[in-house]
Design a protein around this ligand. Structure first.
Ligand SMILES: [Zn+2]
Length: 308
C-alpha cells in the first residue's frame, strides 16, 4: 500500500493569499489536488489522505496538517500552492518545486521532486524556475519525503491565465499523479470484465466462435475476436432482440448457448396413413446401421431401422 498525502495550501478565506483580483489561492490549489486524487484513484493499492479542509471553509493549521500526515504514516507528502510576488500584477512567472533545505533531509524528497517536476512544467506550460530548497514547515515537520509545488504566480499577468484555465489546473494535478505512479510503480486497477469484445483472444473466444458457427455464421474459430466475430455477434443480437453493441455479455451468452443446445429428439412413433420410405443405406453390419441412425436422429430426422 502506498500512502499519499495531498495538501491544498491555505483555506478559501485565508487573509492575503489572493490574486490582485481577489481569487483565493486555495481555489486553485484545490483543483490541482482534486485532479491528482481522481487520477490516483484509478490505481491499485493507493491510500490517499487530504490534510487541508476539502470544503475550504477552515484553514487547517500547518501543525495539524503535518501531524495528520505523520500519524497516517504516509509515504509522501505533496503540498500544492501558487506563488505571489508583490501582490500587484507583474511579469514574474514560473513553476518551482521545493524540498527541505537541511543536510539530513530525506533524499527521497528530491528524487520524487525530480520525477514530478518535468511533468508538471510540461503540463502547465509556463516557465521552469527549477528545483529549490527551503525550510518550510510542511517540508521540515513531515517524517516522510515531502515536496511543495508553487504552480506559478497568482500576481503574474502571464501565469494567471493557467490558473483561470481549469484544464491546466487539472493537467497539473494529473502530472503530479503521473509522477507518483512512475516513482512508486503503481498499477492501474483491473476492471472486472464480464464480457468479450473486439480485441479479446483465447479459449472463451474460440467457444463463442464455435457456437456462432453452429447457429449458421461463417467465420473461423481462430480464438481472435476480430471484426468478423463482432459482426456475427451483432447479427445474432439483432435477431434475438438484444441491445446491438457488439459485446458478448452474459445475456447474449445465455441466448447463444441455448440456441446451440441439442434439441430433444421427438419420439419416433411411425406416422399413420400412407407411408413413403426414403432409404438411406443398407448395412450388413448392425453397428454401422445404428451409427448412421444416431447421426441422422441428432440432426432431426425420424429414423427407423428395419431388419430384413
Ligand atoms: Zn501558498
Amino acid at each position: 500500500m502506498v500512502k499519499i498525502v495531498l495538501d491544498a495550501g491555505h483555506g478559501l478565506s485565508t487573509p492575503g493569499k489572493r490574486t490582485p483580483s481577489g481569487e483565493s489561492e486555495w481555489s486553485f490549489n484545490d483543483k490541482v489536488v482534486l485532479a491528482a486524487i481522481n487520477k490516483l484513484r484509478e490505481y491499485e493499492n493507493v491510500d490517499i489522505l487530504r490534510v487541508d479542509d476539502p470544503t475550504g471553509k477552515t484553514d487547517i493549521s500547518l501543525n495539524d496538517r503535518t501531524n495528520k500526515a505523520n500519524a497516517f504514516n504516509a509515504d509522501v507528502y505533496i503540498a500544492c500552492h501558487h506563488n505571489a510576488n508583490t501582490g500587484t500584477w507583474g511579469p514574474w512567472t514560473g513553476i518551482e518545486i521545493y524540498t527541505y533545505d537541511h543536510p539530513q533531509a530525506n533524499p527521497k524528497s528530491e528524487e520524487i521532486a525530480k520525477v514530478i517536476h518535468p511533468l508538471v512544467v510540461k503540463a502547465v506550460g509556463i516557465q521552469d524556475r527549477g528545483l529549490k530548497k527551503q525550510n518550510f514547515h510542511v517540508l521540515r515537520e513531515t517524517s516522510m519525503p515531502a515536496i511543495l509545488i508553487e504552480g506559478g504566480f497568482m500576481d503574474s499577468y502571464i501565469d494567471i491565465n493557467v490558473m483561470r484555465d481549469n484544464s491546466k489546473l487539472e493537467a497539473h494535478g494529473e502530472a503530479i499523479a503521473a509522477g507518483l505512479v512512475q516513482y512508486f510503480g503503481l498499477k492501474l486497477k483491473v476492471a472486472v470484465k464480464n464480457y468479450l469484445s473486439i480485441g479479446d483472444t483465447g479459449k472463451e473466444v474460440k467457444q463463442l466462435q464455435e457456437n456462432l458457427i453452429k447457429v449458421g455464421f461463417k467465420l473461423d474459430a481462430d480464438s481472435n475476436f476480430g471484426p468478423i466475430t463482432e459482426n456475427a455477434v451483432k447479427a445474432f443480437k439483432t435477431s434475438n432482440g438484444l441491445l446491438v453493441d457488439g459485446l458478448y455479455g452474459p445475456a447474449t451468452k445465455a441466448k447463444l448457448e441455448n440456441a446451440v443446445k441439442p434439441k430433444p429428439i421427438p419420439k419416433t412413433t411411425p406416422p399413420k396413413g400412407t407411408l413413403y420410405t426414403v432409404q438411406v443405406g443398407v448395412f450388413s453390419d448392425k453397428e454401422h446401421a445404428e451409427r448412421l441412425a444416431k447421426e441422422l436422429k441428432s440432426i432431426g430426422y425420424s429414423v427407423y431401422i428395419i431388419e430384413s
